[in-house]
Design a protein around this ligand. Structure first.
Ligand code: PLP
Length: 391
């Protein structure tokens, strides 16, 4: 069997039509397949590679950690310097009330941890989330994602979940004194980049304050400079009680986190003790890589270029078949008439050397979320290929 056949035979498949490109190398904004063909990566492994692939500073940090230790012990028992250093660096770049970090392996696990923390802190059970929001695919996270098609086959799910309409001021009146937490994305990525109003976000914060519900913001796609500020919530001038991180958090390695105030987080140490357990969460190599990656974003000022690059994409991506262009920094969505039209453009883009895809809840929209340090030249080349593919 060739690699493709082995892939289809032995790797559990969840997609009827995987891209199945065989990749041998990735560097910066470029990915190369086994035939030597290069692709400009316009999706960054779904908002993971914000600093591009295999950044030298990340590779150096990984290599250094490899010389010291890999897994030592389950989470939270031994002092592992990479975890401590990264937690401190994250807290130094977050508002003072977000000062205690629980590292997980993934975004979904961060969601799970935050839901447990909110129940534990408030003694309440109701969790409110929003239609067409995505927070992960484990049972708890799946219970709160906002689309019945994706949930239904896996019922029964968590009880006491309420879904509201995102960006609807009137729906916020459903937040009440039984609500443990409200979980919202800073912007809805998988709906095809839906940006809430500042008024709605601030009202959401106010409503949580008034009712004692905790506000959990999912920054798993929006964080780490993608929207032009380090954290998406900075754009709304408000601060969540718990923030969820993942994807770019690990600099290309698997890592997630939920971050809150130490007073809230302490509830996980008693009754029961070990209120949240993970063997591998905060793996030292992932933390070393993630810290190096976050330093690249900050020290190399990658956020400064985001606005200009978004503008360039906007200027270059004009075509009568593009129904809408929505963007917040370098999280962009090109809307077509239908999934079929979008898929045909995506297939042509890939054949032309541009890697892109669609959004989970918006199959008619093309995802454009390149590394933040993509060059202007690669933006121009990829936009020309997209326009050619549409035509
Ligand atoms: N939250 C958001 C906004 C996401 O986009 C994702 C993944 O796409 C997740 C949570 C889940 O992260 P993971 O796939 O690491 O479990």
């Amino acid at each position: 069997m060739n690699q493709r056949q082995l892939f289809l035979r032995h790797l559990a498949q969840t997609s009827p039509a995987p891209l199945a490109l065989e990749i041998v190398k990735a560097e910066g904004s470029r990915i190369r397949d086994i035939g030597g063909k290069e692709y400009i990566d316009l999706i960054s492994g779904i908002s993971v590679c914000n600093i591009g692939h295999r950044h030298p500073r990340v590779l150096a940090a990984i290599n250094k950690q490899l010389e010291q230790y890999l897994h030592l012990m389950v989470y939270g028992e031994l002092i592992e310097t990479p975890q401590v250093a990264y937690a401190k660096y994250l807290c130094d770049h977050l508002p003072p009330s977000l000062n205690s970090v629980y590292f997980t392996n993934s975004g979904a696990e961060a969601t799970e941890g935050a839901m447990k923390l909110a129940k534990r802190c408030t003694g309440r059970t109701q969790i409110i989330a929003f239609n067409k929001s995505y927070h992960g695919s484990t049972q708890g996270a799946l219970s709160i994602i906002g689309d019945e098609y994706w949930r239904n086959a896996f019922r029964p799910l968590l009880p006491d979940i309420l879904h509201l309409e995102y960006n609807s001021l009137s729906d916020l009146s459903n937040i009440g004194e039984k609500t443990a937490c409200v979980i919202a994305e800073t912007l809805q990525a998988e709906r095809g980049v839906i940006i809430p109003t500042k008024e709605w976000m601030q009202e959401l914060r106010q409503k949580c304050n008034n009712t004692g519900a905790l506000l959990v913001l999912d920054e798993i796609q929006a964080g780490f400079g993608r929207t032009g500020t380090l954290w998406g919530f900075e754009q709304w001038d408000m601060i969540p009680d718990i923030v969820l991180l993942g994807k770019a958090l690990g600099g290309g390695m698997p890592l997630g986190a939920f971050i809150s105030d130490i007073k809230l987080m302490r509830t996980l140490t008693e009754n029961p003790v070990l209120g949240h357990i993970t063997t591998f969460g905060g793996h030292p190599v992932s933390c070393a890589a993630g810290l190096a990656g976050m330093k690249v974003i900050i020290e190399e000022n990658l956020m400064n270029g985001v606005e200009g690059k978004e503008k360039l994409f906007r200027e270059l991506l004009h075509h009568p078949k593009i129904k809408a262009f929505r963007a917040m920094g370098l999280l962009m969505s090109l809307e077509f008439e239908s999934f079929e039209e979008n898929k045909s453009v995506i297939d042509k883009c890939i054949a032309g050397g541009v890697l892109t895809d669609w959004f989970l809840f918006a199959p008619q929209c093309m995802r454009i979320a390149p590394p933040l340090n993509i060059s202007e030249d690669d933006i121009r080349k990829s936009c020309a290929i997209i326009i050619d593919s549409i035509s």
